[in-house]
Design a protein around this ligand. Structure first.
Ligand SMILES: *[C@@H]1O[C@H](CO)[C@@H](O)[C@H](O)[C@H]1NC(C)=O
Ligand SMILES: *[C@@H]1O[C@H](CO)[C@@H](O)[C@H](O)[C@H]1NC(C)=O
Ligand SMILES: *[C@@H]1O[C@H](CO)[C@@H](O)[C@H](O)[C@H]1NC(C)=O
Length: 461
């Protein structure tokens, strides 16, 4: 209690003996009555001035009219700007990932479009706007890029709070996944254009076995901070005797003690003497029924054409008619786990439009792989935002927001998209809801003759 009081009143009454406190309080009372008089005077001054200004301004506005009003508005706007940091609303839907912090490792690098608990962790206000947006909308998505150099290794690790879905844009990697149920190891060489899926808490590693860099585009099913543990960190955090008793090596605890933790974070590792360390390595592939639980050949899958471009999908299908064996395994695997994502590549042909639509049951996040375009979003509050997008940009459309994408250059616009549903995606296009609305209802809302709505082409259905 005492301490609390001291804190609240500051230094002046921080006296250990009560006797000394009284005179001080009286002193303060004296000061207080002087202060009162001063404040009353000040108030009087302010009121007088205000009345003066009011009278003057009334006289003035009656003569100069509108001109004065406009200039007052201008003053008002410019004076409020410095205190409120206004970030363009578009950054709730757009993240320039290429400008974000690069986390460098010996074997590669990682970049993020994500939510941070500590706002000081954001690089700038734009990044913060995006992070807050995906968290406020409970998006179930975080995006990251992982680049691994030739022979580099993303060391075995697992994520406590998210499934991982990804797309290999470039390179070849040998991946191992350790199943949660029976610790079965599944290994596979994943190649560019394929999709990966690692359920929450399955240990996995990724080794670049090609000559060029691997570039993974990764979606994690959380809008909180991703929680990850690398196997080496887990090892060094385990007491030596416990590790010895669990792992039972020859030489026991003395052998365990010969392991030395590296100074640098080994998240993406590439020891300088790798060739000495690893003499012969084989990169085997597990049987199909294991492999296709975690991998999917998106690039080789069926193309869904629409007037402006092409979709390809890595997703769960309730009706598996038409899926081949590997596709069925992947579809079932997605359905077996909670909170999975639907992935897709979207190619919009040069200068074409992906028409306005919205999704009933999913947030959408995407990354621009190539081309250049424009995105537009309309939120529930009617706020409109349209902005240009280019390679390396991440976009976010919350569930229910109408949005469109179009290509604005001579190249196709290519994106990898993720939707926060493990079920079938439900979409309504602008043409559908417009055509589905009765002519007389449209005439009434738009103040137009009913006949005029015949000008819109009827949908083919
Ligand atoms: C995986 O790729 C590596 C490197 O190219 C190769 O040596 C290995 O044979 C491949 N494994 C399979 C199963 O294709
Ligand atoms: C099944 O479909 C995938 C693409 O989704 C394709 O890569 C694969 O070759 C197909 N498998 C068979 C046996 O046709
Ligand atoms: C599944 O889809 C096929 C064709 O795509 C259709 O013929 C069949 O009736 C569907 N089955 C069910 C149960 O809906």
């Amino acid at each position: 209690m005492d301490n609390q009081a001291f804190e609240m009143h500051g230094e002046r009454i921080q006296s250990p003996s009560k006797g000394k406190e009284w005179p001080r309080k009286e002193e303060r009372k004296g000061n207080w009555s002087l202060m009162k008089i001063f404040l009353v005077c000040l108030l009087a001054c302010v009121i007088t001035t205000a009345i003066g200004v009011l009278v003057l301004s009334l006289v003035y506005t009656s003569t100069t009219g509108i001109v004065k009003e406009v200039s007052m508005k201008d003053d008002g706007a410019s004076s409020t700007k410095p205190d409120e940091k206004s970030v363009d609303v578009k950054f709730q839907f757009l993240n320039h990932l290429t400008k974000s912090k690069v986390f460098n490792f010996a074997g590669g690098e990682i970049q993020w479009a994500r939510f941070r608990n500590d706002v000081n962790e954001y690089e700038n206000d734009e990044e913060m706007e995006f992070g807050k947006s995906i968290n406020n909308h409970r998006s179930s998505m975080t995006f990251g890029t992982l680049r691994i150099k030739s022979k580099g290794l993303r060391v075995p690790h697992w994520h406590f709070n998210a499934n991982e879905h990804g797309y290999l844009q470039q390179g070849t990697a040998w991946i191992g996944v350790i199943g949660a149920d029976d610790s079965t190891v599944t290994t596979y060489n994943v190649t560019a254009g394929q999709v990966i899926f690692f359920p929450r808490n399955t240990v996995h590693w990724i080794k670049n076995v090609g000559t060029e860099d691997c570039l993974f585009l990764l979606f994690f099913t959380t809008h909180e901070e991703l929680q990850t543990l690398d196997v080496d960190d887990a090892f060094f955090s385990t007491p030596e005797d416990i590790a010895a008793r669990a792992l039972k090596p020859r030489g026991g605890v003395n052998f365990i003690r010969t392991f030395k933790k590296q100074v640098e974070d080994q998240a993406v590792n590439l020891p300088p003497n790798l060739d000495e360390l690893v003499k012969s390595a084989d990169y085997v592939q597990s049987p199909d029924h294991l492999v296709w639980q975690y991998f999917y050949n998106l690039k080789g899958s069926r193309e869904y054409h629409f007037p402006g471009g092409i979709f390809q999908w890595a997703r769960y299908r309730r009706n598996s008619t038409g899926l081949n064996e590997t596709e069925k395994i992947f579809s079932e695997s997605l359905n077996k786990h909670e909170n999975t994502l639907t992935l897709a590549t979207l190619r919009i042909f040069s200068n074409q439009l992906g028409q306005p639509h919205f999704h009933f049951n999913a947030n959408e996040m995407g990354y621009v792989i190539s081309g250049c375009g424009q995105a537009g979003v309309i939120t529930s509050s009617g706020a409109v935002s349209s902005f240009n997008i280019g390679i390396g940009d991440v976009i976010f459309f919350p569930v229910g927001t109408q949005h469109y994408l179009k290509s604005i250059c001579d190249e196709d616009l290519l994106l990898i998209l993720a939707y926060s549903t493990g079920d079938q995606l439900e979409t309504l296009r602008m043409t559908d809801y417009f055509h589905a609305t009765a002519d007389h209802i449209l005439a009434q809302i738009f103040f137009k003759e009913q006949d005029e709505f015949q000008k819109f082409p009827k949908s083919k259905k």
